[in-house]
Design a protein around this ligand. Structure first.
Ligand SMILES: Nc1nc2c(c(=O)[nH]1)N[C@H]1C(S)=C(S)[C@@H](COP(=O)(O)OP(=O)(O)OC[C@H]3O[C@@H](n4cnc5c(=O)[nH]c(N)nc54)[C@H](O)[C@@H]3O)O[C@H]1N2
Ligand SMILES: Nc1nc2c(c(=O)[nH]1)N[C@H]1C(S)=C(S)[C@@H](COP(=O)(O)OP(=O)(O)OC[C@H]3O[C@@H](n4cnc5c(=O)[nH]c(N)nc54)[C@H](O)[C@@H]3O)O[C@H]1N2
Ligand code: SF4
Ligand SMILES: [Mo]
Length: 751
């Protein structure tokens, strides 16, 4: 790995004691409570071992004191009366709220005995680890599965791996690189005033709202800073959100038709000759083929398909073809679409042919991950060959070492190709409408398992329904760790997570893996790095030539951004200039896609259940449902029990246009049913012109900690469960992308 230039503020010490004995600890945030690894700076005030105050750290190089409400509510979360503080063993039936406190020793003994018994009876592959989105647990899920439990099966259960899977696939196949993101100068010491930085003229936000989501390490407020300095925003979004009202263009497309719009933009740029000839000639493969392909997709056609006016498509294309630099910011709407790999393919092509890839103020090409994910003890090949769905969907296997989500449900239901018997649920509450489609099927299928362990901070519907044993997790204020925004892929910071307090007997994901690992498979965990947390973190930081204690002292360091990495030989492992693809160029015509039996060029697929594909369905279900647009109060299914956050968003809201609401006799704040052929749920109507008349936008992640815990209620988990309406296994050809953001429905007033 090339040496990395680091910068840090020679700021205050990481810990100091005030005159009254209060300690102030500077730290960087991750999880729990859930957030992606963004690493915002906090000051934690601790008096007599208790957290008494949280504020933003003005000395953090990026956040400079800014914090979201979720971090500001940390104290409420940590000391909530329902917080899990001790290992708990179920004493009643599954679904009954009956538990007893046990010791960690007893918990580990039970887990080890069960793991050994089940593996001996049914094979190691009968064990499966479930995980959710990029919280700290993702760093340890492979070590937990392969090294401690001896199974190759790690499952991220969202249908079609519809989060980052398609975006990462296109980045890997076209560029041979990690995830790309718009440049916001995160790794430059002078930030926007740094001599290396150029302010983007535009940022193209495609199905992403970074102010609310700060997704995968992107700081939304950076965009606002750049807008203040003159950056303009163009959006592709069916909803008119706050950012949209401040954008120069909002292409308000029909949900799910994104690829048609992106292809039409390419059509205009290519046919009007607005691309960067020199870059295309030197660094891309397959431009002529792409040019041929986009002839099928003129803006007049796209206007009909997408509902975006033809003139607007042409105008946006001309801006993107002439304004330099501009940054590309792709969001979740690129993934939650079976046509999403083709969409991200087209968008990366757009950034590439206009000469905006890896230039200052453009789109930063991601480096490969810099840290290992702990799985340094591969299992025997015959076990690895058993990972569910790897044969059916090899593209997924190339990208990630996980099972295929939809095929995992099939396996649970059918026992084919083998029976699953034990699960470890870590960082997912999949029955709540998050990492599932058709959650009632997951519920029935998982109930058949012999033994289920979960780790979490609170009881939730999934644990109440399924777990036999629960291990209590510490929050990021209660343990040491490291956080890298974008997991170290694209740019930015490396932050120390500094332990400030202790609560009950809670432990971190790392501590649990380490302790269990040494008891169950000492050989695999014998190495020095597994001795204790500090040694493990030291090992992770080796590539920077720094120990954890040194990072702790600095609290947060910036990692220099490198531009023009393809020219400097910083993308390919052989150190040669170019991209890490077969041709060494950006493969607009992708040889990887071709080898996998997919079309090597981007194409449009009309959503399978749309009014165009299925006019028969449209009569009964005339509206298009999009789900899950993020809000400030919650990270997925988390925080519903935190009073100050619940006050911000007390109910699950479905946005309905005033004209549509009037036709349906629905008033603001009425409870309504949202229904389609796969299921229904109840949410509260928010009558608002921010959605188009033919679109409704519903919330995901809802359950009600205040409602009855025992089954069948399970904290009311089925009531507002929008994933009951999302079909199973309606995914893209490579196995990626499902219809979470474009599925037909009808809406009617509930009694
Ligand atoms: N506060 C908070 N932050 C989060 C999360 C959270 O739960 N809460 N979750 C995290 C996770 S795992 C992720 S993946 C990210 C996701 O975060 P983002 O990538 O920002 O995605 P969303 O918020 O789901 O949606 C972004 C926009 O897509 C629009 N949209 C809806 N349907 C379509 C469509 O068909 N096409 C287009 N072009 N746009 C559409 C929505 O109107 C919305 O404005 O957020 C992360 N950050
Ligand atoms: N309808 C619809 N559904 C969606 C989405 C949508 O837009 N629409 N978005 C989807 C997306 S993109 C994603 S990524 C998934 C996310 O889905 P998940 O990542 O599965 O999120 P949750 O279901 O909230 O479960 C997370 C659990 O992990 C716990 N937790 C928090 N921090 C940690 C930690 O550090 N370690 C461990 N071990 N546990 C922790 C939390 O308390 C919580 O119970 O949801 C998906 N579901
Ligand atoms: S983005 Fe995440 S870590 Fe940063 S302040 Fe918001 S909730 Fe906290
Ligand atoms: Mo996600």
């Amino acid at each position: 790995m090339a040496s990395v230039a680091l910068y840090y503020n020679k700021a205050s010490e990481w810990k100091k004691t005030l005159a009254d004995g209060t300690e102030v600890i500077r730290t960087c945030a991750w999880s729990p409570p859930g957030c992606h690894g963004v690493g915002c700076g906090l000051r934690l005030y601790v008096k007599d071992g208790n957290l008494v105050k949280v504020e933003g750290d003005p000395e953090h190089p990026i956040t400079k004191g800014r914090l979201c409400v979720r971090c500001l509510a940390l104290k409420e979360y940590i000391y909530h009366p329902d917080r899990l503080k001790y290992p708990m063993k179920r004493t009643g039936r599954r679904g009954e709220n009956k538990w007893e406190r046990i010791s960690w020793d007893e918990a580990y003994d039970i887990i080890i005995a069960k793991t050994r018994e089940i593996a001996a009876k049914y094979g190691q592959e009968s064990i499966i680890v479930f995980c959710g989105t990029g919280r700290q647990a993702v760093r340890f899920q492979y070590a937990l599965a392969t090294m401690a439990l001896g199974t190759p099966n790690v499952c991220y259960s969202q249908s079609g791996w519809s989060c980052k899977g398609p975006r990462d696939t296109a980045c890997l196949y076209l560029l041979g690189a990690g995830y790309t993101e718009f440049d916001y100068a995160a790794g430059l010491p002078g930030r926007y005033d740094d001599p290396e930085f150029v302010l983007p003229k535009y940022v193209l936000l495609w199905g992403k709202e970074p102010l609310r989501s700060n997704a995968d390490g992107t700081w939304g407020h950076a965009l606002i800073e750049m807008m203040k300095r003159g950056t303009k925003v163009i959006m592709a979004d069916p909803r008119m959100n706050w950012l949209a009202t401040r954008s120069e263009h909002v292409m308000r497309l029909r949900p799910g038709t994104d690829t048609a719009l992106a292809l039409a933009l390419l059509h205009v740029i290519i046919n009007e000759g607005l691309y960067d000839r020199e870059f295309v000639e030197k660094w891309t493969h397959g431009f002529e083929e792409l040019k041929q392909r986009v002839q099928q997709y003129p803006p007049s056609w796209a206007a009909e398909v997408t509902e975006v006016p033809e003139e607007q498509i042409i105008e946006v294309a001309r801006i993107l073809g002439t304004a330099k630099p501009w940054g590309l910011c792709m969001g979740l709407a690129c993934d939650q679409n079976p046509n999403g790999v083709q969409l991200t393919h087209a968008l990366i092509a757009l950034a590439a042919i206009t000469g905006n890839l890896d230039v200052p103020g453009g789109t930063v090409v991601g480096r490969p991950m810099v840290m290992d994910f702990g799985s340094n003890a591969p299992l025997p090949q015959e076990l690895m060959d058993k990972v569910i769905g790897q044969k059916e969907y090899p593209a997924l296997a190339l990208l990630l070492n996980t099972t295929h989500p939809d095929l995992t449900l099939d396996t649970l239901e059918t026992g084919k190709p083998y029976e699953l018997k034990m699960a470890w649920i870590s960082s997912t509450n999949l029955l709540a409408p998050t990492n599932s489609a058709q959650p009632k099927r997951w519920y029935d299928a998982l109930r058949k398992l012999e033994f289920i362990v979960a780790t979490d901070t609170f009881f939730n519907p999934t644990i109440m329904a399924l777990a036999d044993l629960v291990l209590p997790l510490s929050t990021f204020a209660e343990h040491d760790g490291i956080v890298l925004n974008h997991q170290g892929g694209t740019m930015g910071i490396i932050g120390a997570i500094n332990k400030a307090i202790r609560v009950g007997e809670c432990k971190s994901d790392l501590e649990i893996v380490m302790e269990l690992g040494k008891r169950i498979n000492l050989e695999a965990f014998a190495g020095e790095k597994w001795e204790n947390t500090e040694k493990y973190l030291d090992n992770e930081l080796k590539y920077l030539g720094m120990t954890f204690n040194e990072l702790r002292e600095k609290v947060c360091v910036q990692q220099h951004i490198q531009y023009y990495k393809h020219e400097k030989g910083l993308i390919r492992p052989d150190g040669q200039p170019g991209f890490n693809t077969t041709t060494g160029k950006i493969e607009l015509y992708s040889l990887m896609l071709e080898a996998l039996g997919e079309d090597p060029l981007p194409y449009y697929e009309e959503p399978r259940f749309s009014p165009v594909s299925r006019p028969d369905l449209a009569r009964e279900y005339p509206l298009i449902l999009t789900t899950g647009a993020r809000n400030y109060a919650y990270f997925h299914s988390e925080q519903r029990q935190i009073p100050s956050l619940r006050e911000l968003v007390p109910d699950p809201l479905v946005e309905i246009h005033p004209e549509t609401a009037a036709k349906l006799g629905i008033k603001d704040c009425d409870w309504v049913w949202i229904e389609n052929l796969w299921g229904r749920c109840k949410q509260k109507a928010k009558v608002t012109p921010i959605v188009k008349p033919n679109v409704v936008a519903a919330a995901h992640g809802w359950w009600f900690p205040e409602k009855e815990a025992d089954a069948p209620s399970l904290f009311g988990v089925w009531e507002a469960n929008v994933n009951c309406l999302i079909p199973h296994k309606e995914i893209g050809k490579l196995g990626f992308g499902a219809y979470y953001k474009s599925i037909p429905c009808k809406v009617y007033k509930a009694d």
